[in-house]
Design a protein around this ligand. Structure first.
Ligand SMILES: O=P(O)(O)OC[C@H]1O[C@H](OP(=O)(O)OP(=O)(O)O)[C@H](O)[C@@H]1O
Ligand SMILES: Nc1ncnc2[nH]cnc12
Length: 198
């Protein structure tokens, strides 16, 4: 078999740059999900540092976290918990208010009795920018006496609240090198210079 000469996080170069101007700071990992090998490698990398025997349930954050969370739940043979934007679940809920990168007040919710106390939950999202969404998700899980078994995202920016999460929980991202991490923090990847839509 031919030796794989690619960098371990080669597939992150398939993320599309933001072309909607400075008000919209998103990079677009969904561009990468279209590539079968890239998406599968991404899911493998988001899970490889976790022992499946130490996870009972995978939770994904509405909306981009659903794509990855559901794939990871399937990969690890676990169930999936939807952490929803507020006002969508047709059941009794626990909810929490928070601010994210948009600086707007937001709310998210999970159903009451979402799992038994002591359940070990892996929380999955596409991205941590300010850490507002992930911190809120952790609060919802812990309020129902869940144990946060870990946090897994494609990219985690090194901002204040994200650093606090990293101190307290096992956090995994697909970014392997310091160079790429710095580019992620700056929302500007070297690969954007040569990025070509499929
Ligand atoms: O660390 P933060 O500053 O909280 O930002 C991260 C969140 O922002 C995005 O969600 P968003 O609700 O904007 O979009 P989505 O519905 O497409 O997932 C992303 O998927 C994370 O959930
Ligand atoms: N900069 C960013 N890129 C991609 N997804 C994001 N979600 C929040 N911030 C993001």
């Amino acid at each position: 078999m031919a030796e794989d000469k690619r960098e371990p996080d080669w597939y992150l170069a398939l993320m599309a740059p933001n072309t909607r101007g400075p008000e919209f700071c998103w990079l677009d990992p969904t561009a990468m999900y279209r590539h079968a090998e890239a998406f599968h490698q991404c899911i493998a990398d988001m899970t490889k540092d976790f022992n499946p025997d130490e996870i009972d349930l995978v939770a994904g954050i509405d909306a981009a976290g659903y794509v990855l969370g559901a794939a990871i739940a399937f990969h690890l043979k676990k169930g999936f918990l939807a952490i929803r934007k507020y006002g969508h679940l047709p059941s009794e809920v626990d909810d929490v208010s928070f601010k994210d990168y948009s600086k707007r007040e937001k709310r998210m919710e999970i159903r009451k009795n979402a799992f038994r106390p002591g359940t070990r939950v892996l929380i999955v999202d596409q991205w941590i920018e300010t850490g507002g969404s992930m911190t809120a998700a952790v609060e919802l899980v812990e309020r129902q006496q869940g144990i946060v078994a870990g946090i897994s995202c494609v990219c985690i920016e090194e901002q204040e609240r994200a650093k606090k999460l990293m101190e307290k929980y096992k956090c995994v991202s697909c970014v392997r090198s310091k160079e790429l991490q710095a580019q992620v923090n700056a929302h500007d990847l070297e690969s954007f210079k040569t990025y070509k839509p499929l």
